[in-house]
Design a protein around this ligand. Sequence first.
Ligand SMILES: [Zn+2]
Length: 141
Amino acid sequence: MGIISILCCPECYATGLKLAEDSKEGLCSNLCVACSCGFMTGFTSTPKENKKFSLNTLLVFGLRLIGRGFTAGKKLLCTLNLPCISKNTFRAHELKLLEAVQLCSEENMKAASKEVQNFKKKYNLWCFGRWLMAAERPYVT
Ligand SMILES: [Zn+2]
């Protein structure tokens, strides 16, 4: 007896709700709880971000961190007897991660640039292609 079958329906208060899997995408599922009175509600097995399951994104992220790709992920999931994600889904998550990495790297470069500017102002440094310590001294050619 599953936990769902002992829960009450919010419409008719009867027990015996049924849990069904509507669809599956990689490690995640869209689930549905239904009652014989017609009540039905859906939910996902893991949270979604931008219409993509975050668990699948984390799987792709983890694989890319260790330098592995789709085939290694497929072998891992098959070994663990878990459902595989399609190559298209894998690629979609890779592109999502690429966007995040690009945004992050741009923000880091802006922050680094600002830090260098502040450092130069604070210590009165001059930069002419390479760093010169020129405190209180103008550059003379
Ligand atoms: Zn009901």
